[in-house]
Design a protein around this ligand. Structure first.
Ligand code: MLT
Length: 266
């Protein structure tokens, strides 16, 4: 693990392999270990960089204000400056995808290609914002166990729950290892995130959209919408997966990712 001191925080990250840089951003409330299987699959031909977003994993928790998607995107840009990386492939799952879109809005010239996994471009509804605040308050007063219990059934497909206790345990551990203050700040940051639907038509780089067929948190319809709005986008639907599709169907996820990266012109 490496640490970059950027923008007043310590940002934990890992770099594996060499080649075109591919930066992967985890969802909520996970950490960079989410991408272990993708790092393994890509590192022979790409420089894969995984990051603990603000308030997650081993990165500093900033509890005084919402951890906005824009702020997380600026953290990533500052890390790229530290690493002297000008142009990257940027991918994110769920909240990581919200950060990817915020990053593209801020720094489109730094993007070679995008990967949007199990995510959506819309802002929260008022109802969703209220739910976020309730969840943030619960995380702060009761800890992450209650968040894990509430989220787990929705994060993974029924077959994953039935057949892959190892994956269920891994996802649960990522949730339990998240600092409640970091989780609350991220929830409040997601609640105030910008609507990015208008941005989609401005995206002019190769884009891969991946979604689990049984994703109920960021459902197929959201991915289908992005697919129609982003010029020339590719989409892969993973059967048997729900929201954490990269863990539930790693072989298929990696295959889609590798094909997409292979097709990029040098
Ligand atoms: C995530 O997986 O990052 C979150 O569930 C996304 C969200 O709550 O909108």
């Amino acid at each position: 693990m490496s640490v970059a001191r950027v923008r007043g925080i310590e940002l934990a990250y890992e770099v594996s392999g060499a080649g075109l840089p591919v930066v992967l951003l985890h969802g909520f409330p996970f950490n960079r270990t989410l991408w272990h299987e993708q790092v393994e699959a890509l590192q022979e031909r790409y420089q894969v960089i995984t990051v603990d977003l603000r308030g997650h994993g081993e990165t500093t928790v900033t509890a005084d204000a919402p951890a906005t998607m824009k702020e997380m995107a600026e953290d990533v840009a500052a890390l790229l400056d530290e690493l002297h990386l000008e142009c990257i492939v940027l991918g994110g799952l769920s909240m990581g995808g919200y950060v990817v879109l915020a990053f593209y809005r801020l720094f489109p010239e730094r993007i070679r290609a995008l990967v949007l996994a199990d995510t959506r471009p819309q802002a929260d509804t008022d109802e969703a914002r209220i739910g976020r605040e309730e969840t943030a308050a619960r995380a702060l007063s009761q800890g992450m166990q209650t968040i894990a219990d509430a989220m787990l059934p929705k994060l993974l497909a029924p077959t994953t729950h039935a057949e892959r206790p190892d994956i269920v345990a891994r996802v649960r551990d990522m949730v339990l290892n998240t600092d409640p203050q970091g989780a609350a700040a991220a929830l409040r940051g997601m609640a105030v995130r910008e609507d990015q639907t208008e941005l989609l038509r401005k995206i002019n780089c190769p884009t891969l959209i991946i979604v689990g067929r049984h994703d109920t948190i960021t459902p197929f319809a959201d991915s289908a919408f992005m697919y129609h709005e982003i010029r020339g986008a590719n989409m892969k639907v993973l059967e048997g997966a729900a929201h954490v599709s990269n863990l539930e169907r790693p072989a298929e996820f990696n295959h889609a990712l590798n094909d997409f990266l292979d097709a990029l012109e040098p």
